[in-house]
Ligand binder design. Structure first.
Ligand code: CP
Length: 353
C-alpha cells in the first residue's frame, strides 16, 4: 500500500502529476461519485473559499467547480478580470497599467484556500502565454493553483475523460484499449487544451492512441506530440499519427472515438475568421464522426467528447445522442474529479493505492 498525499500541489496538467497521483485522483473521484453526499466529504472544505478566475467563458467548468466546492462544505467564488483593475494580458487591452499579477496573486492567497484559472487562446497573443500567466499566479501563491483550462492544457477534463472511459470499460483501467483522437470539421475554431490533455493522459496510462487529421494545417504542436510518444513508450502503449486519407480508415480497431475540431497551427497569425473559413471548406466534408464510420470500429465502441459539442459538424446527432455516447457521464465526472482534486490538494485528503 502506498499513501498518496498531494496537499498544496498545483494541478497545471496531468503530465506534471505522477502516474500514482493520477490513479489516486481517479480512485477518489470514483469513490466520491459512488457515495456523493456522504458525511465524510461534507466538511473537507468547511468555511473555505475556492476562487474561480475566468478570462474565458464556461458552462461545465464553472458549474461543476461551484457544485464541487458546495458538496465539500466550502464556497466557490466567481471572478473575471473585467471586474478588477488588472494589468492587461493582450496587446490592445485597456488596462495596460493596472495591478500586477504579483499583487493580485498575493491578495487572493490571503482570502482563499485554492485558486482556479481559465485563460484560453482568445485572451492571449501567442501560444503558451495563457499557460505562462497561470504559472505566474502559481509562483506567487502558496495555495494550490488548479488549471481550469488554459491555451495548452485542461487537466480536469483529461481526468474526467479517463474516469468515463474506465466506467465504460467495466470499471477497469483502460490500459491496452485504443482511442482514436480525430480532427473534425466545424466552424468554431476550437482550442487545443482538451485534445492535448486527452493525448497526454491516455498515452500516459497505457491506452493506445491514434491521432488522425486531414493535412499539415492541423498538425498539433511538436512538444505535445513528443511528450505523448514518450509517454506511450514508457507505458508500453502505441502512438500512431494518421495524416490525410480516408477518415473512416482510422476507425478500425478502436474502442473509443474522440472526434473534435481544433484550429490550425497558424491560428495565432491568421486569426479566427480565416481559420473558420478554412475549416468550413468542402474538402473536409467527410471529417465527421457518424454511425457508418463507428461500425468499422470495435464492437461497443464509445463516442467521447469534452463538450460543448458542435453537433452536425464534429459528430452526427445519431452518434452524439445515441447509445454509443458517453459525453454526459464524462461531463458529470468533471464534478467528481474536481472534488477529488480539491480534497487532495486543498484539504490534504490522502488516498491509499
Ligand atoms: N469542457 C469544458 O471545459 O466545458 P466548458 O468550457 O463549458 O467549461
Amino acid at each position: 500500500m502506498t499513501k498518496i498525499n498531494m496537499k498544496g500541489k498545483n494541478v497545471v496538467t496531468t503530465q506534471e502529476l505522477s502516474v500514482d497521483e493520477i490513479r489516486a485522483l481517479l480512485k477518489l473521484a470514483a469513490e466520491m461519485k459512488g457515495d456523493r453526499y456522504a458525511d465524510k466529504w461534507a466538511e473537507l472544505m468547511k468555511r473555505q473559499t475556492f476562487i474561480m478566475f475566468f478570462y474565458n467563458p464556461s458552462l461545465r467548468t464553472r458549474q461543476s467547480f461551484e457544485a464541487a466546492a458546495t458538496e465539500l462544505g466550502g464556497h466557490a467564488q466567481f471572478i473575471e478580470p473585467k471586474a478588477m483593475r488588472l494589468k492587461g494580458v493582450k496587446k490592445g487591452d485597456l488596462e495596460v497599467a493596472g495591478e500586477t499579477i504579483h499583487d493580485a496573486a498575493k491578495v487572493m492567497d490571503r482570502y482563499a484556500t485554492g485558486l482556479g484559472i481559465r485563460i484560453l487562446e482568445t485572451s492571449v497573443d501567442n501560444y503558451g502565454d495563457g499557460n505562462q500567466l497561470l504559472r505566474e499566479y502559481a509562483k506567487y501563491t502558496d495555495i494550490p493553483v488548479i488549471n481550469m483550462a488554459d491555451d495548452i492544457y485542461h487537466p480536469c477534463q483529461g481526468l474526467a475523460d479517463m474516469l468515463g472511459m474506465q466506467e465504460h470499460n467495466n470499471n477497469q483501467p483502460t490500459k491496452g484499449k485504443t482511442i482514436l483522437q480525430t480532427w473534425a470539421k466545424g466552424a468554431l475554431a476550437r482550442s487545443y487544451c482538451s485534445v492535448h490533455e486527452s493525448l497526454l493522459i491516455n498515452s500516459r496510462m497505457g491506452v493506445n492512441v491514434k491521432l488522425a487529421f486531414p493535412d499539415d494545417a492541423y498538425e498539433l504542436p511538436k512538444d505535445i506530440i513528443e511528450k505523448a510518444k514518450r509517454n506511450a513508450e514508457e507505458a508500453g502503449g502505441t502512438f500512431e499519427i494518421i495524416k490525410g486519407g480516408d477518415p473512416k480508415a482510422a476507425y478500425e480497431n478502436v474502442d473509443f472515438v474522440y472526434s473534435r475540431n481544433w484550429f490550425g497551427k497558424d491560428f495565432y497569425e491568421i486569426g479566427k475568421a480565416a481559420e473558420i473559413e478554412r475549416a468550413s471548406s468542402d474538402k473536409y466534408k467527410d471529417w465527421i464522426c457518424d454511425e457508418e464510420k463507428m461500425k468499422t470500429a470495435n464492437p461497443g465502441c464509445k463516442f467521447i467528447h469534452p463538450m460543448p459539442v458542435d453537433e452536425g459538424a464534429e459528430v452526427t446527432r445519431e452518434v452524439n445522442q445515441g447509445p454509443r455516447s458517453i459525453i454526459l457521464d464524462v461531463a458529470e465526472n468533471r464534478l467528481h474529479v474536481q472534488k477529488a482534486i480539491m480534497a487532495m490538494t486543498i484539504a490534504g485528503y490522502e488516498v491509499e493505492l
